[in-house]
Design a protein around this ligand. Structure first.
Ligand SMILES: [Mg+2]
Length: 269
């Protein structure tokens, strides 16, 4: 039975320059591989060692990139290793099979959302009315499924985020703050539901997962074993659960450690 490895990407396996968190002297820094170019500029990185580990993992397990990114944002990432058969985008809203979205899966997700939570328009309207231009840089809709804001983090009042989270909770939505982005995502739109579907299709015997943010909590809980880095929303909340290992590493080196753990566990599985 294959081992399924479902991992978040941003700040779990791949890192922007601002998120690398390198602490050693520059002369001893690991060599980095750029895995994403955006508007002709390098945007995301992993260590060269991580690149080799990910390639090895792809030969040994069913590796499923599992991201909140839109399909378009995902598709500009150029990960090392064999191209994944399955990828999960839009926090579970799209299941890509050989790069193409599975329409049946998407239709089932839309049906679940319309039955179980407030519509996106209501959330979008609330965001438009309450976000302050003082700290709001961009307001975006992702794949017609959820909303996110790009904010000036130093100017963002903590209280506003807390109030938004309560307002959203009452309407069946979750709020997640990651770097300069605030996500508002329907609760029924989960990475774990899509991962369960991939596990069903592949007949996986063991599911491993990793992630750093609140949107990864359900993914970690659904896995047989999981890892979270020493940075990020889950670490800040000291979030933990049985079968979940909280790693001490932060930044791009946490990505390397997570891949080592995936490889080790998939050898055992
Ligand atoms: Mg992440």
């Amino acid at each position: 039975m294959p081992v399924l490895v479902a991992s978040d990407l941003d700040r779990t396996l791949i890192y922007s320059a601002a998120a690398l968190a390198l602490t050693m002297p520059d002369a001893r820094a690991p060599r980095l591989l750029c895995v994403e170019v955006h508007e002709a500029k390098p945007l995301s990185f992993m260590t060269e060692t991580s690149a080799q580990l990910l390639t090895d993992l792809g030969d040994r397990a069913v590796f499923v990139p599992t991201t909140t990114r839109t399909r378009k944002q995902y598709q500009r990432i150029n990960l090392p290793g064999p191209p994944p058969t399955y990828a999960i985008c839009a926090n579970g809203g799209h299941l890509l099979v050989d790069g193409a979205t599975d329409q049946d899966w998407h239709a089932a997700v839309l049906a679940r959302l319309s039955a179980q939570c407030a519509p996106l328009a209501e959330v979008q309207d609330h965001l438009t009315r309450t976000a302050d231009p003082l700290w709001l840089r961009k307001q975006r809709i992702a794949e017609d499924l959820f909303a996110y804001l790009v904010v000036e983090r130093e100017l963002l009042p903590e209280e506003w985020v807390k109030e938004l989270a309560v307002w959203a909770e009452n309407r069946g939505w979750t709020v997640s703050l990651q770097g300069r982005k605030i996500y508002a995502v329907p609760k029924p739109l989960t990475k774990s539901a899509a991962v369960r579907e991939v596990a069903r299709r592949t007949g996986a015997g063991l599911t491993l997962a990793a992630g750093d943010s609140l949107l990864d909590a359900d993914l970690l809980l659904a896995a047989d074993r999981g890892w979270r880095p020493g940075h990020g929303e889950l670490a800040d909340a000291a979030w933990t659960a049985p079968e979940i290992t909280a790693l001490p590493e932060r930044g791009v080196l946490a990505g390397e450690r997570i891949l080592r753990e995936f490889l080790k566990a998939s050898r055992l599985g």
